[in-house]
Design a protein around this ligand. Sequence first.
Ligand code: NI
Length: 428
Amino acid sequence: MTPPPQTSHRAPAAVVSRQPVAVTADPSLLDEARRLAPEAVALRRTLHGSPELGLDLPDTQRLVLGALDGLGLEIRTGRTLSSVTAVLAGSADGPTILLRADMDALPVTEETGLPFASRAPGLMHACGHDAHTAMLVGAARLLAARREGMSGRVAFMFQPGEEGHHGARHMIEEGVLEASGRRADAAFALHVHPNLPAGALRLRPGPQMAASDRFRVLVRGRGGHASAPHTTCDPVPVVCEIVLALQTMITRSLSVDDNAVLSVTRLTAGRATGIIPDTAELGGTLRTLSEPTRKMLHETITRVAQGVAAAHGAEAEATVEPGYPVTVNDPAFTGFVLRTAGGALGTETVDVLTAAQMTAEDFSYVLQAVPGALAFLGACPPDLEPHEAPSLHSSRMDMNEDVIASGIACHAAVALAFLAGSGPEPAP
Ligand code: NI
């Protein structure tokens, strides 16, 4: 995912209770995570050099299985995708928390010049999923060493196909939420973010990231000679009017509290300057922060397109291809993460995310089924200001590897505190 740079205004104070109550995390976790970090950084660099795309990541899967070997985890691999699910059982019974890392890369040619840069032509870990994988392996190592004191289980979800391939949904269909023998009671994931200060943890209750859907409108008119438009039904001005009408629709039909973004990113019509074409087409992306608004806008896109076209005697066919749902953080779990991560990483590094970001994540499928949260972990490279750092998905995306220790500690702190009963009550 590609979060835009963070704005500087702050969230209303009432969004989440931040009283320093029951800070349950052990500050020594961060020291332990720092001891594990060199190994995790080495794994991240190995993964970075050999990125793979989509649902089939055989080399990545092999590296993860190798890194988890010997930790005493119950491991399963995917049937239809190269996922890894690993379950750590504590010494006593208790709830299950699921921790997730995504593992896939992007079709980007790397331009960082890093000594461990991608050796796969046209592929790059430009979204930090190499770091997510390495952090979760580190957390598995840290937690495995503490299993004697744990009541419950930790399910580690290493998923392929986050970048548009619905990998999380496939893993849910293959039973990842029940991997420990009972349905997961909570779920947590981290996403590194080069446009936030290194080590900063940011999350918010409710929508953290948007739903992302693609749409397409095909306008059918009647072509002819460009010198005689009165003998045609020209679809070109019609499709242009639809672009403007869709923008007006967004500004006029939504409350300021319920943001949405609609961007038309593709316009195609005709092939010659002397010919009015029969058809014209537009395509774009719709980002929404609530399911009712998402559904309403799907219907409105069709109505606006058909209405504008009809006004000109043309016809419009609108299609919306649903992408990932809204990533919604459970408010109680979010408060728990803010307190716990504050205890483990230092309260000065942890804060409420000021506004939802209009990028999308397929961890949203997990959060539809299990209460939990996704948090951004700031990873601005050294010597850059967060607003200067190349964003996620950029061919120059880089990160501060010091935050890998923070990520390991954060995963471990959230899991340990949840299993110790400091989290929100599991649903009955
Ligand atoms: Ni990502």
